[in-house]
Design a protein around this ligand. Structure first.
Ligand code: FES
Length: 211
């Protein structure tokens, strides 16, 4: 069978660069694609003085396009400042790969979103955010749209498993409509905390299950 990918894409897919995890990353994020339910995690080590990305790794649960894009954008981002890395687009990544099938655009978008979310995570954790708007129910809800429900490959908002969100004096309480002994309860709790805790005015995130 002939793959609809060029040689460069296949090379990055078969031998991806910068694959894996970083211990104690300075910034990290997992993003899910609403189009296909696949996920990518990106880990960063950042020089605190120069804000240069000194190391970067990714793990992909996506397809060949996503793996190839993760490989090329981590190459592109390494050695750049956070500001420069933020400006890398999926179109540039696609071009650097010599093109991807049009139907696979969302896979490269997912990789770029993973990189940008990891940068945002770094900036939030280190207080480098310019706009300090208060966290509202809408902000929390929007972040929850990035948490995947592994049962369905869709996000936890779309699959209606968020029963309640409350914000009170820096504490965010979220009730998930799953039993606490559910096989994915812990991973969903961890992902929710990862997305909500970095918000500048959030002190604690408490995730409860229905029983
Ligand atoms: Fe899901 Fe490509 S089809 S990342």
């Amino acid at each position: 069978m002939k793959f609809p990918y060029n040689e460069k894409v296949l090379e990055h897919f078969r031998h991806p660069h910068n694959v894996g995890k970083l211990d104690n990353p300075d910034g990290k994020a997992t993003e899910g694609s609403p189009a296909c339910g696949d996920m990518i995690s990106v880990y960063l080590k950042v020089n605190p003085g120069t804000k240069i990305i000194e190391d970067i790794k990714f793990e992909s649960y996506g397809c060949a396009s996503n793996i190839a894009t993760g490989s090329i954008i981590t190459d592109m981002a390494k050695g750049k400042t956070l500001e420069q890395a933020k400006k890398i687009t999926w179109q540039q990544a696609t071009e650097a790969l010599g093109g991807l099938p049009a139907i696979k655009a969302h896979c490269s978008v997912l990789a770029i979103e993973g990189l940008r979310a990891a940068i945002q995570n770094y900036e939030e954790k280190h207080g480098i955010i310019t706009e300090k708007k208060p966290t509202t129910l809408e902000v929390v809800n929007n972040r929850l749209k990035k948490v995947m429900n592994p049962l369905t490959g869709l996000d936890v908002v779309k699959t209606n498993i968020i029963k309640k969100i409350e914000i009170n004096k820096g504490k965010v309480f979220i009730t998930v409509d799953l039993p606490s002994n559910h096989q994915f309860a812990n991973s969903i709790r961890e992902e929710i905390k990862e997305k909500i805790e970095p918000l500048w005015d959030v002190e604690e995130v408490i995730v409860d299950f229905v029983e």
